[in-house]
Design a protein around this ligand. Structure first.
Ligand SMILES: *Cc1c(COP(=O)(O)O)cnc(C)c1O
Length: 235
């Protein structure tokens, strides 16, 4: 995993050089959905601090196990998957940022749960969230379509428990990457203009992080390139 991490960091540095960007502007989010807690502990030992999961129940168990394995580490956990409203309470106790807010109903459900956590004294500030943007408007793949984006970000800004931190998107496989990331970047600029604090753009994965960085991504979510085929042999 050390070798893979080195290779990913090299790719990030090269992509930033090619795009004329400061490497400090782009952070690496390790997507750990396929690997066990012990491997996350290894990634922590290698210096990674931000991890992402996409299934509420599995994630809650893994977060607890990582805390047991590395009690002194302070990992940040992002949630990047489809989230049902009745699973929100499994995520809010540990999540640092939810990147997959894609409907007003989900935004309100998260806000309500954060409100309850505040009343219990478990949280003292709003939860930063990213609104997930659907490039092609395909409802099956998650993300808010273009015509619902502004309203959803405005709602997130109004809800007391949430704070709009930016945009997340997955480039559809059937679209030309340059075009997909250009569209994603345009949507990110649009919401940044409405809400200057919503400055993050989480875009780019193992296969397309260079194109994403060229189009202004500030967070790349990398799974396969980091963890390789560990998922086949571990657990
Ligand atoms: C799995 C996943 C990733 C990582 O994809 P890789 O191709 O394995 O790097 C990124 N974002 C989301 C939302 C994912 O579910």
């Amino acid at each position: 995993m050390a070798e893979r991490l080195g290779a990913v960091r090299e790719r990030l540095a090269a992509a930033c050089r090619a795009a004329g960007r400061d490497p400090d502007e782009v952070s690496l989010l390790a997507v750990t959905k396929t690997i066990p807690a012990a491997d996350v502990a290894t990634l922590l030992d290698l210096g990674l601090t931000a991890f992402a999961e996409n299934r509420a129940q599995e994630a809650a168990a893994k977060v607890a196990e990582v805390a047991r394995l590395r009690p002194d580490a302070k990992p940040r956990w992002h949630f990047v998957g489809g989230l049902q409203r009745n699973k929100v309470r499994l995520v809010t106790p540990w999540v640092t940022r939810i990147e997959s807010v894609d409907s007003p109903r989900l935004a309100r459900a998260i806000d309500a749960e954060i409100g309850r956590a505040r009343e219990r004294g478990e949280r003292d500030r709003p939860l930063p969230v990213l609104v997930q943007y659907s490039v092609d408007g395909d409802p099956g793949r998650g993300g808010v379509p273009d015509d619902g984006l502004d309203t959803l970000v405005d709602l997130v800004a109004e809800l007391p428990g949430l704070e709009p931190a930016g945009l997340m998107a997955v480039a559809p496989l059937d679209r030309e990457p340059e075009r997909a990331f250009a569209e994603i970047a345009a949507a990110a600029r649009r919401i940044r203009a409405r809400h200057p604090g919503a400055s993050e753009l989480s875009a780019g994965m193992s296969g397309d992080l260079e194109t994403a960085i060229d189009h202004g991504s500030t967070v790349v979510r990398v799974g396969t390139a980091l963890v390789g085929d560990r998922r086949l042999t571990s657990e």
